[in-house]
Design a protein around this ligand. Structure first.
Ligand SMILES: Cc1cc2nc3c(=O)[nH]c(=O)nc-3n(C[C@H](O)[C@H](O)[C@H](O)COP(=O)(O)OP(=O)(O)OC[C@H]3O[C@@H](n4cnc5c(N)ncnc54)[C@H](O)[C@@H]3O)c2cc1C
Length: 391
């Protein structure tokens, strides 16, 4: 152990990962007197493989955390406001779902950049370090409860009393401090690309397509402008492995297999590369905290298993993480028992929804015909609610 106590660069809190979970945690900590370091390996604006759909609860929670930032985002030109979703299930008549809450589509490069800018603007107690990949996390034996995080190649280190892992699906904090590992049944794979020249886009409507030959998974068309959209396809990782599916080929095959999509994409142009990434689904409950640390967002496996939506739970968990940390500093209690309150409170808010989505996912996985039945019965309000869960 090369560290002597005290080492320079000590922070009350270090947050690793400045995506929606980490940025929300940092923003929520702006009212505390704690000094915070927010680290990200990327330099913003950075691309993030995502569908770019920012659903209602994200904006609502963000508003509670920092209304000024939401007001600013409302005037941001590079986004579309989403009012409806059209579900196209197995060639049945399309089903339209209307959204009450404020929701948007916005490229994550833009959204996350605006978010981080908000932290810079509204949280003066937060120092931001970009372009710094943490590859080393050490529990300091010389000072109980102190973590040292840094990059061994650069020999640059920071120390902290409380560590937040908001570093996404492949979280280094999760790998170092918990025993949770990837399980194919609780993990999905998805690919996305941007296309221009797509016909029939409606600026206020996202679209989802399900086809029997590509089950269990779905294809999305999320509009970003009059003729540009985020196009993607995702599936459960265990099904990808079992069916030996190449997602990067499947997305183009999906367009060809749907007469509607084929016609709408025949004059389109793909902008940039098709990118793929994994999704840590909230279909299992994993440990999210311990002595002097907690995990938020994808690092804590909080993605909705039925829809693949993770931004809102990242934001909700980031806010809850900050509230728990402030309480821990007030009580000067950083024990695993005290911090576990975070897991309990978070699951009170999002646990029921994750459970319902898990049941839906499993039902459609083992009895795909259920999808046809629900599409057929869509006139029934109960089934309409069911479909809403799919989004
Ligand atoms: C193809 C695809 C489509 C999706 N579509 C949607 C959608 O439309 N709507 C939706 O709500 N959700 C969607 N999701 C899920 C959504 O992208 C995530 O749930 C969301 O980004 C989680 O936010 P986060 O802050 O937890 O993690 P992230 O957004 O992944 O942020 C983690 C940050 O940590 C940084 N980082 C990672 N490792 C380190 C390290 N070692 N050192 C320093 N920094 C590090 C990264 O650079 C990154 O900025 C999709 C996911 C995929 C893969």
């Amino acid at each position: 152990m090369p560290f002597k106590s005290p080492i320079p660069n000590h922070y009350d809190i270090i947050i690793i990962g400045a995506g929606p979970a980490g940025a929300t945690c940092a923003l929520q900590l702006r009212h505390s007197k704690l000094n915070v370091l927010l680290i990200d390996k990327a330099t913003f604006p950075r691309s993030k493989t995502c569908g770019d759909a920012i659903t209602g609860r994200s904006i609502k929670t963000l508003f509670r955390c920092c209304p000024e930032l939401v007001e600013q985002f409302r005037t941001f030109p590079l986004k579309t406001e989403i009012k409806h979703t059209r579900l196209n299930i197995n060639h049945h008549k399309p089903i339209d779902i209307h959204w009450v809450n404020e929701a948007y589509c916005c490229r994550r490069a833009d959204f996350d950049q605006a978010f981080l800018q908000g932290v810079r603007q509204y949280a003066p107690n937060v120092q931001i370090v970009e372009g710094f990949q943490v590859n080393d996390i050490i529990e300091d034996d010389t000072v109980p409860g102190r973590y040292i995080v840094g990059n061994s190649n650069q020999q640059r280190y920071f120390s902290t009393q409380f560590l937040v892992g908001s570093d996404g699906t492949q979280s280094i904090v999760g790998k170092k401090l918990t025993t949770t590992r990837l399980e194919q049944n609780h993990h999905a794979g998805a690919v996305r690309a941007y296309f221009s020249g797509v016909k029939g886009l409606h600026l206020n409507r996202t679209e989802v397509f399900v086809l029997p030959e590509f089950m269990p998974g779905y294809f999305w068309v999320f509009p970003l402008s009059e003729d540009t959209a985020n196009i993607g396809f995702g599936m459960l990782t265990s099904s990808i492995a079992q069916q030996k599916i190449n997602l990067k080929e499947a997305i183009y095959a999906f367009i060809q297999a749907s007469p509607e999509l084929k016609a709408r994409f025949d004059e389109s142009t793909q902008e940039g590369k098709l990118e793929g990434f994994g999704l840590a689904l909230g279909s299992r409950r994993v440990p999210m905290s311990g002595e002097h640390f907690l995990l938020a967002g994808d690092a804590a496996s909080l993605i909705d298993p039925a829809s693949g939506e993770g931004i809102s739970n990242a934001i909700v968990s980031g806010k809850m993480a900050a509230e728990t940390i402030v309480a821990a500093f007030e009580a000067q209690d950083f024990s695993a028992d005290f911090v576990k309150d975070y897991d309990k409170k978070l699951f009170k808010i999002i646990g029921k929804e994750l459970k319902t989505s898990t049941i839906l996912l499993r039902s459609f996985l083992f009895a795909p015909k259920l999808l046809d039945v629900s599409a057929y019965l869509m006139g029934n309000p109960f089934f309409k609610r069911l479909a809403k869960r799919l989004m």
